[in-house]
Write a protein that binds this ligand. Structure first.
Ligand code: ASP
Length: 306
């Protein structure tokens, strides 16, 4: 079988997602959101656009969609605020990332602006918010980002006791990997982190090489227990296996996911290699996910048995 000309794979977070946890409405809202994101990214790729533009477009759609833990509908910090993290990277090693941002409607667009500006790779907090203003990106506030459901989830967590932390992480960090018609790959990831986070906590998602990576061999986006993914450098570890050991996407992703689990972590990974080979792997009960290519109709899934 010949490889597809272009390919796009998405995730909307991995966690304890089973049919008895989601209502029918939640199930269909997530599927609608994933389908819309696949359509946005596919449109770019089908028109010979770049993998970079495609992953940014797909992630921005999910950021605007309340069921997912990124942008609008991001989970809340212990103080009830939002603090958003995002990263984007192209196979030619251009990269941009932001952490702890509070005012840009689409954090992935801010990460992209950091990358395009080219001086720095990783901006955080107030400085990143200021960079966003200087570059004229669309701003948004609490009325846009914070949803009643996230307030309810924070209250539920706080009722469980001081220091409680969302260990189940079923709320949906988002990410995309793509390969375009020219054979370039790119990855992007965006998240609100974990419910009830404090002390300026940052997970793996915006950290280049941990939650997001692209190089001459593949592109990777992760979701899961950020503290474990950080200590393994998951996305880079997968890329190193692909480049140095010649492993395919699935073999490399599974090997590194096994390391995450051995270290007590959990989560999911999407990978695309330069030849368009893709893999989705997760250690959790479910993972919001989707795939489309020039050779295959779009497909979305949530549960482990799909
Ligand atoms: N990895 C994200 C973080 O640690 C959370 C997630 O993927 O759900 O911030």
């Amino acid at each position: 079988m010949t490889n597809p000309l272009w390919t796009l794979t998405l995730h909307g977070g991995a966690g304890g997602i089973t049919r008895d946890v989601l209502t029918a409405e939640q199930d269909s809202a997530a599927r609608r959101g994933l389908s819309a994101a696949l359509a946005a990214g596919s449109q770019v790729l089908a028109a010979d656009g770049t993998a970079l533009d495609a992953v940014a477009a797909a992630v921005a759609v999910l950021e605007d969609d309340p069921p997912f833990n990124a942008g609008r509908g991001a989970v809340l910090t212990r103080e009830g605020n939002i603090s958003l993290d995002a990263a984007i990277m192209a196979g030619d090693r251009r990269a941009g990332a932001v952490a702890g941002v509070t005012a840009t409607r689409n954090p992935v667009t801010l990460a992209r602006a950091v990358m395009d500006e080219g001086t720095h790779v990783f901006l955080a907090g107030e400085g990143a918010d200021a960079f966003s203003l200087v570059h004229g990106l669309e701003q948004a506030g609490e009325a846009w980002f914070v949803t009643p459901e996230r307030r309810r989830q924070l209250a539920e967590l706080q009722a469980a006791g001081a220091g409680a932390f969302d260990v189940d992480m079923k709320y949906g960090t988002v990410g995309a990997v793509a390969r375009d018609v020219q054979g370039h790959v790119a990855a992007a990831t965006s998240t609100g982190g974990v419910t009830g986070k404090r002390w300026g906590r940052i997970g793996d998602s915006p950290v280049i090489g941990a939650g997001t990576w692209a190089d001459e061999g593949c592109a990777v986006s992760c979701t899961g227990s950020g503290e474990t993914f950080l200590r393994i450098g998951v996305a880079h570890a997968i890329a190193a296996r692909v480049r140095h050991l010649g492993e395919d996407a699935g073999t490399a992703a599974q090997a590194v996911l096994d390391e995450v689990v051995a270290l007590g972590g959990t989560g999911g990974i999407i990978v695309v290699t330069l030849d368009g080979n893709t893999a989705t792997r997760f250690s959790t009960k479910g993972m919001y996910r989707g795939h489309a290519s020039s050779a295959a109709a779009p497909r979305v899934a949530i549960y482990g048995d799909e």
